[in-house]
Ligand binder design. Structure first.
Ligand code: M6R
Length: 612
């Protein structure tokens, strides 16, 4: 989704803004722009396409300035054109915006009646004109912004500069993330701290409703016109752990980081083959009382939740429902007391998941129900982490590729840790079982390393996919969500139409699609369902389908005509979904590379979906 970078400094910040935009490229965008204030003038460049196009334009025009705002746009209102790219200007005011102004049309009508002429189709341009209009009655930029903010409906983060205020950057957070980067004699804003890592590792995370005035020397944060304090946090991330290193793509690097990421995630909770005493200690009282679990998530995180449902019910006999956040939030769900509501999210900022959480909290409060909320998240400073009672971090490190990989497998590891903890507290899982599963968890990084050895073989098979238009993924039990995840991965980065199915559903419809041209990917760990899965494979083969099977090395499934088998090291069926994620990720990656798509920033997609 859109990305914002801005700053006020002594030195020229042109390059800092462009570098910041590059570091936001992973979020997904279709155009980019920058506006600098220099000698009472706004100098602006905007380009459709990559930040590299903008950089070239900026180099050619050599615009410089020590106050400025920059933006990557992911089109919502109006096509990706230069006119629609941000920053938007109203004479002396320039604005960048992340989010959606829902009532922009009525505001636009009013502004047009006042004589304002619109040069874009965006919702954002109204903000620039509103501020310009408000400045007719006050010379104070902060006051003007504060005055117009109540008129805006929707979710937004804003960065604002003005030609007459060369040492002032105004920022607003209302529903879209925004962070302040605290420098020495210079200060910055961004929608993601990653953009600012080259200039600072000290951040202030804004809260909903914050309006900020930044100068070179000061940071003032206002809530309801009152000056307030927000803590400065020092971040442990470095520029290097957010870079590609020797890998061709972030996605490949992140696939290979999974053994380490899982090791980190489980290390925070385990001490040998037992749970650490301090692991989720503050949640113990709440966990004791819960009678059921409701998971809310989107996309890949939703698939992690689907697997957790099997685990919660099978391992600790706790009823668990899983729902896509965009459905949950709009269907008036019955909120039930003594329920643990778990948001799963890599970013912790996904608009639908966050809205579903807030709505749940509101409904529970209205009915005086006792619920517990929890986030499983990769970003410690995210809104979801801040707004839930408890959180469990996936320690995957920054995930830059739009296609989620290490975030997913660490979510699974974290969910298993949560289940062990609840099982221990509620005494529904014996100590021996906890020891058995923790021993298996410690073993997972090694099994993933061994599975990654299949990379070349999967690359070879990927070649057979590159001309295909469609693909099916089949699995049973906890491999059904992996089939969904494999299909999601393939479609989002290779643009091949793919569907995931529970293999038992084959005869109920999808079998009609199977012919000579339809590759069918099978997930076949060594579990109770293997024989049934083998029958499904026969059914596909009998109709001329070509099978690509990721199978346990002892499954007895062998290569034969139109049946390609990649052996996966033996792993307990319980944790097999973590390991079987790896081959489907590698398959999607290689197919996408062979098809020449933009693997890390696939078309139309954004890393963090902060608008509906
Ligand atoms: O940050 P979140 O985990 O909340 O994001 C949810 C989805 O947008 C995300 O998983 C998306 O489906 C990925 N691009 C899938 O690879």
């Amino acid at each position: 989704m859109c990305g914002i970078v801005g700053g006020v400094a002594e030195r020229s910040i042109t390059n800092i803004l462009i570098e910041g935009l590059k570091r936001l490229e992973y979020r997904g965008y279709d155009s980019a722009g920058v506006a600098l204030v220099d000698q009472c003038q706004i100098l602006r460049e905007r380009r459709v396409g990559k930040v590299a196009n903008l950089e070239q334009a900026v180099n050619e025009s050599n615009i410089q300035g020590s106050l400025g705002i920059a933006h990557t746009r992911w089109a919502t209102h109006g096509k990706p054109t230069e006119n629609n790219a941000h920053p938007h200007i109203s004479d002396t005011v320039a604005v960048v915006h992340n989010g959606i102004i829902e009532n922009y049309q009525e505001l636009k009508d009013d502004l047009e009646a006042l004589g304002y002429v619109f040069t874009s189709q965006t919702d954002t341009e109204v903000v620039a004109h509103l501020i310009h209009d408000a400045l007719k009655s006050t010379p104070d930029l902060l006051k003007a912004v504060t005055q117009i903010v109540p008129q805006l409906k929707g979710a937004y983060a804003l960065g604002i500069v003005h030609t007459d205020h060369p040492n002032e950057l105004i920022a607003v957070r209302e529903g879209s993330p925004l962070v302040i980067g605290v420098g020495i004699g210079e200060n910055f804003i961004s929608s993601d701290q990653l953009a600012l890592l080259p200039v600072t590792n000290r951040f202030i995370y804004l809260e909903e409703g914050d309006i900020v005035r930044l100068t070179r020397e000061s940071i003032e944060i206002f809530v309801d016109d009152q000056l307030i304090d927000r803590p400065v946090k020092e971040l442990d991330a470095t520029v290097s752990n957010a870079s590609k290193g020797e890998y061709k793509h972030y996605m490949l690097k992140e696939i290979y980081e999974q053994p380490e990421a899982i090791q980190q995630t489980i290390s925070q909770a385990l001490n040998g083959n037992a749970l650490r005493d301090d692991f989720l200690q503050h949640a113990e009282v709440d966990f004791k009382n819960i009678q059921q679990v409701q998971i809310i998530a989107c996309g890949t995180s939703y698939h992690a939740g689907m697997i957790a449902k099997y685990w919660f019910e099978q391992l600790i006999d706790l009823p668990c429902q899983v729902e896509i956040a965009s459905e949950f939030r709009y269907r008036s769900p019955v909120i039930v007391g003594n329920t643990l509501y778990v948001c799963i999210s890599q970013s912790g900022e996904t608009a639908d998941t966050l809205a579903a959480l807030r709505d749940t909290q509101k409904r529970a409060k209205a009915k005086s129900l006792n619920i517990t909320t929890m986030t499983i998240c990769n970003v410690a400073t995210s809104s979801m982490v801040r707004e839930t009672n408890h959180h469990l971090l996936t320690l995957a490190g920054p995930e830059i590729g739009v296609a989620s990989t290490k975030a997913f497998t660490t979510q699974l590891a974290a969910l298993m840790l949560l289940i062990l903890k609840i099982g221990q507290i509620k005494q529904t899982m014996p100590v021996e079982k906890i020891a058995e599963i923790t021993a298996e968890l410690w073993h997972i990084p090694k099994v993933i390393l061994d599975t990654l050895q299949n990379d070349k073989e999967i690359l070879r098979l990927s070649d057979l996919f590159k001309e295909k238009q469609h693909c099916l993924f089949l699995g049973r039990g906890t491999q059904f969500p992996i089939a969904l995840e494999g299909a999601l991965k393939l479609k989002e980065i290779s643009y091949i139409h793919a569907e995931g199915y529970a293999a038992g559903e084959l005869k109920h419809g999808p079998l009609a699609l199977v012919d000579h041209d339809m590759p069918v990917v099978i997930l076949a760990p060594q579990d109770d369902m293997l024989d049934k899965l083998k029958s499904n494979m026969e059914e596909v083969q009998a109709r001329g389908g070509e099978l690509f099977v990721f199978a346990d090395e002892n499954s007895g499934i062998k290569n034969k005509d139109r049946q390609h088998v990649v052996n996966v090291p033996t792993i307990s069926s319980l944790l097999a979904p973590i390991v079987y994620s790896i081959p489907v990720q590698l398959l999607s990656y290689h197919v996408a590379v062979l098809r020449g798509t933009d693997v890390d920033q696939p078309r139309n997609l954004a890393k963090s979906v902060t608008v509906e």
